[in-house]
Ligand binder design. Structure first.
Ligand code: ATP
Length: 199
């Protein structure tokens, strides 16, 4: 099977994530996209919502898409959520699957901080999707860092619809008591309202 791996903090998941995953799945003819919320993201401050709430919101968001699935593997694993560990676990579970790691253009720009980028590229093709703010052309031109060069031919640059939506903007809207309709799926809005998240 051809499987997209979409990791993130998902604090909370939003339409930008979902639309991007859908377009990648169509363009690369993926059988599944596996959303993997990070338990403890390595390179950023602590998520605002607990791992269980973030996981529950991702489950709500993908429930009506048969191609989308959720894994709690990073939340169950102790310590920081390193992508290389996740991919190695997935590759061991089924060595015949083809893995495609989906990463936003803003994240790939920080590749020098990743753990074992070379190893990552042995487990999966890296799919760099466009995101407002960081153009794919700029990422391609990035001064050749050793980590970036080590990925070489494993990189797939894939433009997707540019939706200027971020979880941090959604959190600040909610803090300010503003509307987040059409930025976040209705089911997720219900969840975060009933648990009083991000207020
Ligand atoms: P925050 O604003 O809190 O930093 P975020 O919106 O960037 O959060 P993450 O959960 O950190 O969301 O992102 C997970 C992955 O999804 C990353 O690879 C990120 O680049 C990508 N991504 C997030 N939002 C978009 C978007 N609007 N379009 C395309 N990719 C996105």
């Amino acid at each position: 099977m051809r499987i997209g791996i979409f990791g993130g903090t998902f604090d909370p998941i939003h339409i930008g994530h979902l639309r991007a995953a859908q377009e990648v799945a169509e363009k690369l003819a993926l059988d599944r996209v596996l959303f993997i919320p990070a338990g403890c993201p390595p390179h950023r401050c602590a998520p605002r919502a607990s791992a269980n709430h973030r996981l529950a919101m991702v489950k709500q968001a993908v429930a009506d898409n048969p191609r989308f699935e959720v894994s709690d593997m990073e939340i169950r694993r102790a310590g920081k959520s390193f992508t290389v560990d996740t991919l190695s676990e997935l590759a061991r579970a089924d060595p015949f699957n083809k893995l495609y790691l989906i990463v936003g253009s803003d994240q790939i720009a920080k590749i020098d901080k990743w753990r074992q980028p070379q190893k990552i590229s042995e487990y999966a093709r890296l799919v760099v999707i466009s995101r407002p703010g960081v153009k794919i052309s700029a990422v391609k031109k990035k001064p050749a860092s050793p980590a970036f060069r080590s990925l070489g031919k494993t990189l797939i640059f894939l433009p997707v619809s540019l939706l200027d939506i971020s979880a941090s903007n959604i959190r600040s809207r909610l803090r300010a008591g503003r509307e987040v309709r059409y930025l976040v799926p209705e089911s997720v809005i219900k969840y975060l309202r009933s648990h009083k998240l991000y207020q």
